[in-house]
Design a protein around this ligand. Structure first.
Ligand SMILES: [Mg+2]
Ligand SMILES: [Zn+2]
Length: 198
């Protein structure tokens, strides 16, 4: 039986796209120039490219869930026009303490919970134990550590601030610290080849 693919889970805001605060309109979503190349590298390796994003702005009433869908479609479309294929974009619109039903919810899909990882395992057949998370915030790195994935912290978005002022106190440390998503994906692919001799 062929081996299950691994996934590279990428945070959206601050990692694939610029961190601009709440993206409450598609015009505020700016994809980093290197993101398409990063996704193409994942595609060529036969791995799954998946965006995972907390979008508590929905629960907070800052924008409707349909806006999140619209922004995600823009990202899919833009990357596709650059020959980069995303296998899925998952997001959590909930918040445990803020807002109103149905979005005020103690869900399991809010990072660092494992809901979005389980969904990828189910829907894309990925091997989570061989998968990676790339992100600019503590919750991304924590998610990887809690659920047995490898992780890379990027210096885009909140990453530099996290690195300079908080990282030394974190309970969980990233496996790599990288300039940006492209460098992280290059590291990850080298690591996966060495580890699995593909
Ligand atoms: Mg982020
Ligand atoms: Zn959720």
């Amino acid at each position: 039986m062929p081996e299950k693919p691994f996934a590279v889970f990428m945070d959206r805001d601050g990692t694939v796209c610029e961190e601009v605060g709440y993206v409450n309109h598609p015009s505020r979503c700016h994809i980093f120039p290197f993101s398409a190349e990063a996704v193409r590298i994942i595609n060529r390796a036969g791995a799954k490219a998946v965006i995972i994003s907390n979008q508590a702005g929905v629960a907070r009433g800052y924008f409707p869930e349909s806006l999140v869908v619209e922004v995600n479609e823009k990202i899919l479309r833009t990357l596709k026009s650059r020959r980069a294929h995303l296998d899925a974009i998952y997001y959590c619109p909930h918040h445990p303490e803020v807002g109103e039903a149905p979005y005020r919810l103690k869900c399991d899909c809010r990072k660092p919970g494992r809901g979005m990882l389980d969904r990828a395992e189910r829907e894309l057949g990925v091997d989570l134990s061989r998968s990676y998370i790339v992100g600019d915030r503590k919750s991304d790195i924590e998610m990887a550590a809690l659920h047995g994935l490898w992780s890379a912290l990027v210096m885009t978005g909140y990453g530099r601030g996290e690195f300079d002022y908080h990282l030394s106190q974190w309970e969980f440390q990233p496996d790599w610290v990288c300039t940006n998503l492209l460098q992280a994906v290059r590291k990850i692919l080298m690591h996966s080849r060495r580890k699995h001799r593909q």
